[in-house]
Ligand binder design. Structure first.
Ligand code: GAR
Length: 218
């Protein structure tokens, strides 16, 4: 597959977006972030995109709550189509996408979630993990289906919950792993190595001609 084009959707601080941008810049990810779209006008993610020379678009959600208005969501689809993205990476995007959106980009939307799914879907999940008393939490990269945090799982990383952890401390320990596994999942997608079979994502072995990297090195 040639260099894939990624469209990132983000609502806030954008540290996962930054991790993707850095991975591309440092040559760890053969991809291009083509556009960043936010439903929040002053999202720091948009600043990060502009600083990296990436097109940054705010789309007015036109309503509060879990979903964008239908018209706003149509505009997001149009922008992503305009930039001919191969993959959509949700990176702290705090809205639920409608079926039309998910079907339009079927098998090409990923999300990062700060728990070990299927435990703790939804919001404020680091706090929920602490309150529940689990000894391990973590993060999950998954394909997006029409449910909420229910799509086929690509990669997970477990993170221990330590005595005395606050929401902030646990969240930042999980976030470090998020940055690592999101890049890894996108890299596998870019290499054409993710095969979805029902609920299960199989990771295909590295192709030999991908394995050597720069031919001139040996
Ligand atoms: C991350 O922890 C991400 O997993 C979470 O929001 C945070 C965004 O941080 N996403 C969700 O909870 C999605 N339901 P970031 O803006 O610094 O990447």
């Amino acid at each position: 597959m040639s260099r894939i084009r990624i469209g990132v959707l983000a609502s806030g601080r954008g540290s996962n977006l930054q991790a993707i941008i850095d991975s591309v810049k440092e040559g760890r990810l053969d991809a291009e972030v083509a556009v960043v779209v936010s439903d929040v006008e002053d999202a720091y993610a948009l600043d990060r995109a502009r600083s990296a020379g990436i097109e940054a678009r705010y789309i007015d959600p036109a309503r509060k709550g879990a979903r964008l208005s239908k018209e706003s969501e149509r505009r997001v689809i149009d922008v992503l189509d305009e930039f001919r993205v191969d993959l959509i990476a949700l990176a702290g995007f705090m809205r639920i996408l409608r079926s039309d959106f998910v079907r339009h980009f079927s098998g090409r939307i990923m999300n990062i979630h700060p728990s070990l799914l299927p435990s703790f879907p939804g919001l404020k999940v680091q706090m929920k993990a602490l309150e529940y008393g689990v000894k391990y939490s973590g993060c999950t990269v998954h394909f997006v289906d029409e449910g909420v945090d229910t799509g086929p799982i690509i990669i997970q990383a477990a993170v221990p919950v330590l005595d005395g952890d606050t929401e902030e401390v646990l969240s930042s320990r999980i976030l470090r792993e998020e940055h690592r596994i999101y890049t890894e999942a996108i890299r596998l997608f870019a290499e054409g190595r993710l095969k979805i079979e029902g609920r299960v994502v199989h990771v295909l072995p590295e192709r030999r001609d991908d394995a050597g990297g720069d031919e001139s090195r040996h």
